[in-house]
Design a protein around this ligand. Structure first.
Ligand code: CTP
Length: 404
């Protein structure tokens, strides 16, 4: 189950142009299984209609501090029953009022009347975001434990561009997961590799494979949501998961260098990348022309990055490999697990329907050296990632307590 399922989340929407994105945030929270209680300020209603948000949240939008006979003091009820409050977008005015405890409407009252964690997602023009008063308010709120999802740089209202654009709904969701999640990888340094390597034949052609990188990105995203510091060594350009540092690479050699540089200081390494086993032994510097005839491409083996990591594994590090198999899944994967000195291997049958490369779903078997295989039925790659991270957390707990 994901960290948001069954949680009661107050979604506060204030009056900025980014208010329309709150609808997507609400939809995604509901999709994740949360119960979304929407509150809009008067100004927010200048930007979006409350009907749209009511339709997509879990209950009708609340706007009034003095409501009706059924809920005489709504702000205390919403504040006390919330598991989390997310304000997206949060205007400069909201940040100032929240900082000062100036509770003039339902949203600010709810913020003051809660003990639940609060995430604010500011959005405003760059000049406002950089103004000392806003900087000061953000610093104070942070110091009080309020979580801030910083705005991104990009196009702003009125044709301007710069820092101040509301963070993406995916980043806001990730922050919510991080706040409500078990945080069981807090303090851990995790390196994940993702995507297929591309080995040059000449200046334009490569030897590549079908890996989309989606499963590796999902593992990185889940690890970050569980509190880890995550570096993703990637050959693909998928959206960067919230809180993850991406290091772009292309070839097996570049991937090896990027991982080995970090391996000694990593608590967990997950090799989800599809590393080419062979590469052209030399790449032509220009483009090979077809009038020169069919080229003969001589291949040589690439270094096995994972086997190298396994041979030099520091004590306490959890090393995870992937195995894409088309037959004898468990036997083949188990032999790689042992041969490469891994703690866990995630095996998938790439021949099966909706499994593996390019799909958004996956079905895998998790194998550990001295445990029975665990099958994870067809599920979203993020759910598979959760199962992988759960197992990594278990392995870390068993090595830390000295038992298996
Ligand atoms: N891997 C690696 N470096 C390589 C090749 C693979 O680090 N040069 C890693 C992959 O990231 C993955 C695991 O090893 O985690 C997959 O192993 P695989 O390529 O299937 O192993 P092989 O032993 O080469 O298997 P096969 O016999 O199927 O080719």
């Amino acid at each position: 189950m994901n960290a948001l399922a069954g949680k009661r989340i107050v979604l506060g929407v204030t009056g900025g142009i980014a208010a329309y994105k709150a609808i997507e945030v609400s939809r995604r929270l509901v999709d994740a299984g949360a119960h979304v209680v929407p509150i809009m300020t008067d100004a927010a209603q200048q930007f979006i209609g409350s009907t749209t948000l009511s339709a997509l949240a879990s209950e009708p939008v609340q706007t009034e501090l003095w409501d009706n006979a059924t809920t005489p003091i709504p702000h205390t009820k919403f504040g006390q029953t919330a598991d989390l409050i997310v304000v997206a977008p949060a205007t400069a005015k909201l940040l100032a009022a929240y900082r000062m405890g100036y509770s003039h409407d339902l949203l600010t009252n709810t913020l003051i009347a809660t003990r639940a964690p609060v995430i604010v997602c500011p959005a405003m023009h760059t000049e406002m975001w950089e103004h000392p008063s806003v900087v000061d308010n953000i610093d104070t709120l942070r110091a009080r434990g309020v979580h801030v999802v910083e705005p991104e740089s990009g196009r702003l209202a009125g044709g301007d561009s710069g820092a101040g654009r509301l963070a993406s709904p995916a980043s806001i969701l990730a922050a919510a997961e991080r706040v409500l999640g078990p945080n069981d990888l807090a303090g851990a340094t995790v390196v994940v590799s993702a995507g297929g390597t591309r080995e040059p034949i000449d200046a334009v052609r490569v030897v590549a494979n079908r890996s989309s990188g989606k499963q590796g990105y999902a593992v990185a995203e889940e690890a970050a949501a569980r509190g880890a510091t995550v570096t993703l060594i990637s050959t693909v350009a998928l959206p960067t998961p919230h809180g993850v540092t991406v290091v772009p690479v292309e070839t097996a050699a570049e991937m090896q260098a990027a991982i080995e540089e970090r391996s000694a200081s990593s608590d967990v390494i997950v090799m989800a990348a599809a590393v080419a086993d062979f590469r052209p032994s030399s790449a032509a510097s220009g483009k090979i022309k077809k009038q020169d005839g069919v080229p003969e491409i001589v291949l040589e083996p690439t270094p096995d990055i994972l086997a190298g990591l396994g041979a030099n594994k520091p004590a306490g590090q959890v090393l995870v490999g992937f195995a894409a198999e088309t037959n004898d899944l468990v036997a083949n994967a188990r032999s790689k697990l042992i041969r490469k000195n891994l703690d866990l291997i995630v095996a998938n049958d790439v021949g099966a329907d909706r499994v593996g490369f390019a799909h958004d779903t996956n079905a895998v078997t998790l194998l550990r050296p001295d445990a029975k295989p665990v099958e994870i039925d067809l599920a979203a790659k993020r759910d598979v990632a959760r199962a992988v991270i759960n197992t990594i957390v278990e392995i870390r707990a068993s090595t830390q307590t000295g038992k298996d």
